[in-house]
Ligand binder design. Sequence first.
Ligand SMILES: Cc1cc2nc3c(=O)[nH]c(=O)nc-3n(C[C@H](O)[C@H](O)[C@H](O)COP(=O)(O)O)c2cc1C
Length: 412
Amino acid sequence: MAYTAKNLKKTTVSKYNKFFKMLRFYTAGESHGKGLVGIIEGLPSGLAISSEDIDTELKRRQKGHGRGGRMKIESDHAEIISGVRWGLTTGAPISLFIENRDWPNWSEAMSPQKDFEGSVQPVTRPRPGHADLAGAQKFSHRDIRNILERSSARETAMRVALGAVAKKFLAAFNMRVGSFIFRIGSAVLESAVNTASGADLLRFSKKAEASEVRCPENNASAQMKAAIDEAAKAGDTLGGKFTVFVLGAPAGLGNHTQWDRRLDGLMAQAMMSIQAIKAVEIGGGACLAGTPGSGIMDEIFYKGGKGFFRKTNNMGGIEGGMTNGMPIVVHAAMKPIPTLKKPLRSVDISTKKPFKAAYERSDVCAVPAASVVAEAMAALVISGVLLEKLGGDSLSEARRNYDSYIRYLAQF
Ligand SMILES: Cc1cc2nc3c(=O)[nH]c(=O)nc-3n(C[C@H](O)[C@H](O)[C@H](O)COP(=O)(O)O)c2cc1C
């Protein structure tokens, strides 16, 4: 059916929603291009945003034991290009720009102008574990640089910048996002967090903030750092696992009525879309599969003044694709960095001759940085479903709707 104005009236709300998302965001830009561009559209007017708010998050992404040389070159700064006037959002699309500080060294190699064609040798050696070979085949490129420049995790700097804006929006509704690392290689966090307790999760993430590997325990942090150093010495790389959480989300964000509106699905896609993330779990995740149902469901209790509540949070705050009022808890696993000093076998796409994949400036472990990117993605997803619930073109209108919903929930 054509989506004319007349037909739109006939369609159901859910069909219409498929063509209309409350919050949309995009990134553009190459790793060694002029910089990164981001647009976020759908946030209400009246939200206070500054470059400093965004830069604080960008700094968090750049930290972490095991990062490569690039993090020493780059000190990211987000310039707000549009959608914010005198410190407040106007309701128009917000666009951001992060300059790549290395651009002067790449301005010819990455120039959009034809005049510089051939100024650098084409990259013909695909690296295992990267988008290089499949991307070149798919887009019919003989120079793999056309793929690697965009598939690089440099792009995540802009996700973090956009996520910083989303975090400010969530903060206006007393919602907080945090994370911590619980595994790097074989080094693991010993103490367990009570995921039913926001205070416990916050305590873990605050301690993680002071650790070079974003791990809340001193012993485990030291073991993780040692594991990274050992891997670096051996020319190897490490992956790991982290937890991301969102506190303060009221029950009823997300939707059980259609597969592509379920919050667990949206969250899993957001996490899996981060470069090198290979598994995502919500709440008890894969462990739930081996436990009898009687032992793991989050039973429902009620107390006057407190309302409905749970004593456990094995479902990670999501039931039926909707928040249930408990902390939203997501775990993700990152594979080891695919570029390593230890050579990996590959085949040149021009000569078809085998070669040993060469080392470039690269991270040994980027799990701490990935957890900051995951916070940004979680903030963006939750902002989207919150806006879907509240509507509102101005922050004050969204707030009125929020207050009324919270009052309604208290009386339910
Ligand atoms: C924050 C972050 C930093 C990363 N840094 C590097 C790096 O320095 N070198 C590298 O080879 N891969 C790095 N990666 C991983 C690659 O970008 C990723 O493995 C690659 O693009 C292929 O995507 P896939 O692993 O999702 O299939 C990083 C990933 C993240 C999230």
